[in-house]
Design a protein around this ligand. Structure first.
Ligand SMILES: [Zn+2]
Length: 278
């Protein structure tokens, strides 16, 4: 599933491919369920003849600002992909939303699993109002994280995955951040010492920035694997320390990486570097 670095990479690539400034001339919706609000019919009507003026990210959401003012949100979920295409490229069976642009190209949404979603709203809060703190923003201070951590009697892994606490982290980057901070994913958040919160506060932005520098993580060759626009894979899989490295040696201590299930999620850790007891 695309997480903060993958979503930001898609946005950066769409900006580099000059999506901003395009007028939307029309839309084809081939799987209406992808549109959450409004109805597919209303979506077609409302998005027409608006200009794309700004692209940004909040958590794992892509926010596309339109003029006259509306906000289009896209969540890629498991396998969604956005890309720009020439208009005469045949439409593949997994392309479900096609926006025709004023320069003759199309912005196409491809999704093998069909879990991704679109929203067209008047106010961003309608979609992203409950999201937690942005881990790469100035608001992600040590004090802010300490408050989040101290207020929760919950295991670290599910807490960090909770988008209403911190927005943008998913399975890959949580496992990597906990390894970097030497914290067991099942440690209770309110049991962390000051030094441990400090380590986590450093680790989270580090693993995200590395993912962003490497243009995302693309694991395996599956159809659901992350690709940015133009089918471009990320390179961060080569830099991962624990995620999907079960049985391989920890680069810090040499112990074997193990896999456990925490909150129904596959979780990877070094049992030596990340002891359950602090
Ligand atoms: Zn280790």
């Amino acid at each position: 599933m695309p997480e903060l670095p993958e979503v930001q990479t898609v946005i950066n690539d769409l900006i580099a491919e000059n999506l901003i400034g395009q007028n939307i001339l029309g839309v084809e919706i081939r799987w209406p369920k992808i549109v959450v609000v409004p109805t597919a019919e209303k979506f077609r009507e409302l998005i027409k003849n608006r200009q794309i003026t700004h692209l940004s990210r909040r958590g794992k959401f892509i926010q596309i600002e339109l003029k006259p003012k509306k906000f289009l949100f896209v969540h890629l979920r498991m396998s969604g992909r956005l890309f720009l295409s020439v208009a005469d490229l045949p439409v593949s069976k997994h392309e479900y939303i096609i926006l025709s642009l004023s320069d003759g190209r199309q912005l196409r949404y491809h999704d093998t699993r069909k879990f991704g979603r679109f929203w067209l709203v008047g106010q961003p809060e309608e979609v992203i109002g409950r999201l937690g703190i942005e881990p790469l923003s100035a608001e992600f201070t040590l004090d802010a994280l300490t408050q989040k951590i101290r207020n929760h009697h919950r295991q670290l892994k599910p807490l960090l995955l909770d988008q209403t606490v911190i927005a943008g982290l998913g399975n890959i980057y949580v496992d990597e951040a906990l390894w970097k901070a030497r914290l067991h994913p099942q440690r209770l958040a309110d049991s962390l010492k000051k030094q441990e919160i400090l380590a986590l506060h450093e680790a989270i932005p580090q693993v995200l920035r590395q993912g962003l520098d490497n243009q995302g993580t693309s694991l395996g060759n599956g159809k659901a694997n992350f690709r940015s626009t133009n089918q471009k894979p990320g390179r961060n899989q080569e830099a991962l320390k624990v995620f999907r490295r079960t049985g391989q040696h920890c680069s810090r201590c040499g112990a074997k990486i193990t896999r456990i299930i925490v909150g129904q999620r596959s979780t990877h850790l070094c049992p030596h570097c990340q002891p359950i007891k602090s």
